[in-house]
Design a protein. Structure first.
Length: 329
């Protein structure tokens, strides 16, 4: 793509995270898509008992209003799927909150259950299962936060047992917030709600739009310091990229890293690269799973890939040479 896609009005924010329906007029037809490519956006990889589980926003010819697919692998190279408990879906519409816009799931294991934290109807909800393959369900069918619009959840559990819900609030831009979340993951402690970051750096808003986007947070702790990895720019922008910020507290304040972005089209040669999650492989090596544009001329369907990252002298650095697309073999 030779030109950066332009945003027409700030109303575009309601598609700025994960929607496929108006992402780009040059979306390939299903027959044009290579069958081996795993077509997921906003991906996450969950490792459990020797198996890697890959989830994300459906990005192919299956509407993302149906739920969440899951793929599995034992080595990060040979992927099978979708293999979810319900016709390939780990989560199916109707089994918990939401009837459209199922985006950006996170999976975690807590007290002998598997939890899926996800976006639907531009709100955040939780479902549980006895298996990473699903079915994930929640009989209450209520969002975690009942006012406003929120997307892109990530739960971080600190060493003291406190739990934090990082998420994006749609208010004068896509802004990343945090709040303590209660032990049942069904509600937040409203008094702790705190803004973390918004798009203020040049690399975070290359089109200089009036609705800047920061989204897709992942938070981890290393040597006593909290690291927030996030993406910036509209996902349709070829400059969509990944950076990070640090803090001495899970509630902030956050200081943006001077070496951001750490993953971008400039060092990977992939347009629209970002919005993923951190995971560790069997050898305890750290990786970041993410998505890219389909090609230089088409945003969607977005393709899932992984890249190696590591800590060096207190900084997070990526190895662009390690980037690889995920495929079903």
């Amino acid at each position: 793509m030779k030109k950066i896609l332009s945003l027409i009005t700030s109303l575009c924010v309601f598609a700025a995270c994960s929607q496929e329906k108006d992402a780009d007029k040059s979306t390939p037809k299903p027959t044009e898509v290579k069958s081996s490519s795993i077509l997921l956006a906003d991906p996450t990889i969950f490792y459990n008992n020797g198996t890697y589980y890959l989830y994300g926003t459906t990005s192919g010819d299956i509407p993302n209003g149906e739920g969440f697919q899951v793929y599995t692998s034992s080595d990060l190279k040979d992927w099978k799927g979708p293999v979810g408990a319900q016709n390939g879906l780990a989560f199916k519409k109707g089994d918990a909150f939401g009837d459209k816009g199922f985006w950006a799931p996170q999976i975690l294991s807590y007290q002998n259950k598997f939890y899926m934290i996800y976006t639907a109807n531009e709100n955040i909800a939780v479902a549980t299962s006895n298996s990473p393959l699903g079915p994930f369900k929640n009989d209450s069918k209520e969002p975690i936060i009942k006012t406003g619009n929120q997307i892109d959840p990530f739960i971080f559990i600190d060493e003291d047992g406190k739990k934090y819900l990082y998420h994006v609030r749609l208010t004068n831009g896509n802004r990343i917030f945090v709040a303590e979340i209660n032990d049942d993951f069904k509600s937040i402690k409203q008094e702790t709600l705190t803004e973390c970051i918004s798009g203020t750096m040049l690399w975070e808003n290359t089109q200089n739009v009036s609705w800047p986007v920061t989204e897709g947070p992942t938070v981890l702790k290393h040597d006593g310091l909290y690291y927030m990895i996030y993406s910036a720019n509209d996902f349709r922008n070829i400059d969509y990229a990944v950076g990070y910020a640090t803090s001495k507290s899970p509630l902030g304040p956050w200081e943006k890293a001077v070496n951001s972005p750490i993953i971008s089209r400039k060092n990977t040669k992939q347009n629209g690269i970002g919005h993923g999650d951190v995971f560790w492989d069997k050898d305890n090596k750290m990786h970041y799973v993410l998505h890219t544009h389909y090609s230089e001329s088409a945003v969607s369907p977005r393709k899932a890939g992984i890249i190696s990252i590591e800590f060096k002298d207190g900084k997070i650095v990526a190895d662009p040479a390690s980037f690889q697309f995920l495929k079903v073999n």
